[in-house]
Design a protein. Structure first.
Length: 84
């Protein structure tokens, strides 16, 4: 009977110890989460810069492709008229 009386406090102490350990473990992960968020922000900044660069260069690349396409068309026409 005496052990039954002490079982309640033992369980309570055990649960408090587990709760305290869980809180400590969670507190230890907070710096890791903060570091991961910092790295994600840095990555997003780099992506934003890259996308800005691509958006600025895209019209120029389109112009270059149009010029190449025009040259190829001219060469094709020249080749066809020369072969006839």
């Amino acid at each position: 009977m005496f052990s039954a009386v002490l079982a309640g406090p033992r369980v309570t102490v055990h649960l408090i110890r587990r709760l305290f350990a869980s809180v400590l473990e969670a507190a230890e992960t907070i710096p890791k989460i903060a570091t991961a968020l910092d790295e994600a922000r840095t990555t997003l900044r780099h992506l934003e810069r890259l996308l800005t660069y691509v958006a600025e260069e895209l019209p120029e690349l389109t112009d270059h492709l149009d010029q190449i396409r025009a040259r190829l068309t001219a060469l094709d026409e020249h080749t066809r008229t020369g072969a006839d």
